[in-house]
Design a protein around this ligand. Sequence first.
Ligand SMILES: [Zn+2]
Ligand SMILES: [Zn+2]
Ligand SMILES: [Zn+2]
Length: 135
Amino acid sequence: MLLECPECGKKSLCIKEKRAGCLSCSYTNEGEKAAGEWVRKIIGKGDTEKARQPVCSCPQCGAQALVDRSPGGERQPGPRYLCFSCGGSWPAEEIERCPECGWPEFSAEFEELIICRSAAGFYVCRKCYEKIFRY
Ligand SMILES: [Zn+2]
Ligand SMILES: [Zn+2]
Ligand SMILES: [Zn+2]
């Protein structure tokens, strides 16, 4: 999949072997750095709020290179989450953010916590689940 290049703006940025490189200009960068640049220059174009969104860890490869294309939750065509390191891309419904720590994780990896007093269960990521159940 080709993405907008943070340097020349053309849709010719490709992600390969933990690096992002543009096919139109000479732009190339490590996946994790390119993710940060992409957030600032492409998603955050004219919107400082969006430009400040953090790059998260990818649930697939673990690199700090996962970008949320819709930080405000607005719908748009194409996958919502992109990893600039392994090149993975996922639609909004496949990745959820943990309500406890904000960590993105595949929806299937969430553990359901049933809080007795509230009857309603809620989902947290595996890390938080283990933290809660250690006590
Ligand atoms: Zn370019
Ligand atoms: Zn990844
Ligand atoms: Zn969590």
